[in-house]
Design a protein around this ligand. Structure first.
Ligand code: FMN
Length: 196
């Protein structure tokens, strides 16, 4: 089989190469509250679980000096909430990636109902089937991006997605990001036996 190799930029931009090859990516729909009390909501697909003891998740906003609203809020308050995105919330999630004026909330702009959190001040998405309240664990600058690590201090899981006390993947129905405005559903699943 023929292959091409070289530096990431030989394939266009490093962003295009990596964000189309590393797919589908889970989406952390991050809610936060500014010091001034404005509620923010935005999707981040450079997102994942990092550790379970302590339970830590990460997301990575682009821009380490000219910060987006979410990282700015996290730096100011030290907290945020990760909301999961099920298929029925896909359009709303996508709409919250719009750039709004200062003082405007994506919750109000898109018409998304808030729910109160238990430990942190940041609101969460009422319709999200799972949400994880996080306290800032670490903030690591990686070139022109920031890697934000958050320790999960409280979890919300909708009873409807629980089977025998465990999250049922089919009910959670999460979506993943492909490239640009393309998403993947997790509706088609298959199993692979453990190697012996
Ligand atoms: C599905 C999806 C995933 C995204 N993932 C990221 C990401 O990982 N990092 C990033 O900097 N921007 C990402 N964006 C763009 C941000 O959501 C967008 O810049 C948004 O306006 C940031 O909002 P904020 O300033 O309120 O934080 C993503 C957009 C979409 C639609």
């Amino acid at each position: 089989m023929a292959s091409r190799d070289g530096a990431p930029d030989d394939f266009g931009s490093a962003y295009r190469l990596l964000s189309t090859a590393v797919t589908p990516r889970p989406i952390g729909w991050i809610s936060s509250r500014s010091k001034a009390g404005v509620d923010n909501l935005a999707p981040y697909s450079f997102f994942n679980v990092v550790a379970v003891d302590p339970p830590v998740v990460m997301f990575a906003p682009v821009g380490s000096t000219d910060l987006k609203d979410t990282p700015r809020n996290v730096r100011e308050t030290g907290e945020f909430v990760v909301n999961t995105v099920s298929r029925d919330l896909g359009d709303q999630m996508h709409a919250t990636s719009a750039t709004l004026g200062e003082g405007e909330s994506e919750f109000d702009h898109v018409g998304i109902e808030r729910a109160e959190s238990v430990v942190v001040d940041s609101p969460r998405v009422a319709a999200a089937k799972a949400a994880f309240e996080c306290e800032l664990y670490d903030w690591i600058e990686v070139g022109g991006s920031v890697l934000i690590l958050g320790e999960v201090v409280h979890a919300h899981v909708d009873e409807d997605v629980l089977t025998d006390g465990q999250i049922d993947i089919e009910s959670l129905d999460t979506v993943g990001r492909l490239s640009g405005s393309q998403y993947a559903s997790t509706a088609e699943r298959f199993g692979i036996d453990r190697p012996s």
